[in-house]
Design a protein around this ligand. Structure first.
Ligand SMILES: [Cu+2]
Length: 238
């Protein structure tokens, strides 16, 4: 079985697990003695009522300075190494230009083909049930090839949005007048949500698009079918 998601998603996951583990360890190291001392040295009449002199311990001071320093240096360097991988798309990545607007996404492929996806409610308005990405009309899906790194160059036409590929764990702000970038790779065919992850106005929740991951051959065929007929003046059905 191949992994659904290749890096950088798996780096995000590893980093998340490392940070979670260290956080839990630090919590226990701090909280357990604190709880113990809280009970041990609680106020009791006639016991330890006089202030006591604190004895300094050089060894302890050195220890609790050095250990956190090592932990912080480890997290910083490790995170930076992962960040570089997540930041720099491989050479063979397929470049897609994404322009965010209120409230949708425009995808532009290297041959000029464009897909507009907008006002996609993620909830069925009648039943109030969450939609599956496969339920969105294929016309409004941005196709991408499987097993291929995708580099997204993102900008915005109006306010700041954020392009977020749900399963790939990557997100990047789309800022007017600026081009930002991110990359990801999905190894399993299927439909995946893209959300706007930066609150941008009343219809923010409808800024969802769908990526359709298909085999490379099918992608090429779709890409060369010419510019899609859907454009922002057509009203999209769900
Ligand atoms: Cu938005």
């Amino acid at each position: 079985m191949k992994e659904i998601l290749a890096y950088p998603a798996n780096y995000w996951q590893t980093m998340y697990e490392i940070w979670l583990f260290i956080s839990v360890v630090i919590y226990l190291v701090v909280f357990l003695p604190a709880a113990y001392f809280l009970i041990k040295y609680r106020y009791r009449k006639g016991v330890n009522e006089k202030a006591q002199e604190v004895k300094e311990s050089k060894a302890l001071e050195v220890l609790w300075t050095i250990i956190p320093t090592i932990v912080v240096i480890y997290l910083a360097t490790h995170s930076f190494a992962f960040y570089r991988i997540q930041r720099n798309a491989p050479e063979n990545a397929l470049e897609i230009k994404v322009t965010a607007f209120m409230w949708g996404w425009e995808f532009e492929y290297p041959n000029g083909k464009k897909v507009y996806s907008f006002f996609n409610s993620v909830v069925n308005p009648e039943t109030n049930v969450y939609l599956k990405p496969e339920e969105v009309n294929d016309m409004f899906k941005a196709y991408i090839p499987e097993d291929t790194p995708i580099k997204v160059l993102c900008t915005s036409r109006d306010v700041i949005h954020s392009f977020y590929v749900h399963p790939a764990k990557v997100t990047e702000d789309c800022v007017p007048g600026r081009i930002t970038h991110l990359w990801f790779q999905i190894n399993q065919q299927g439909d995946y949500w893209v959300f706007c992850r930066e609150y941008c106005g009343t219809q923010h929740s409808k800024m969802a698009a769908v990526l359709k991951v298909v085999p490379k051959g099918e992608f090429e065929k779709w890409l060369n079918q010419g510019v899609q007929s859907n454009n922002p003046s057509d009203k999209q059905n769900l």
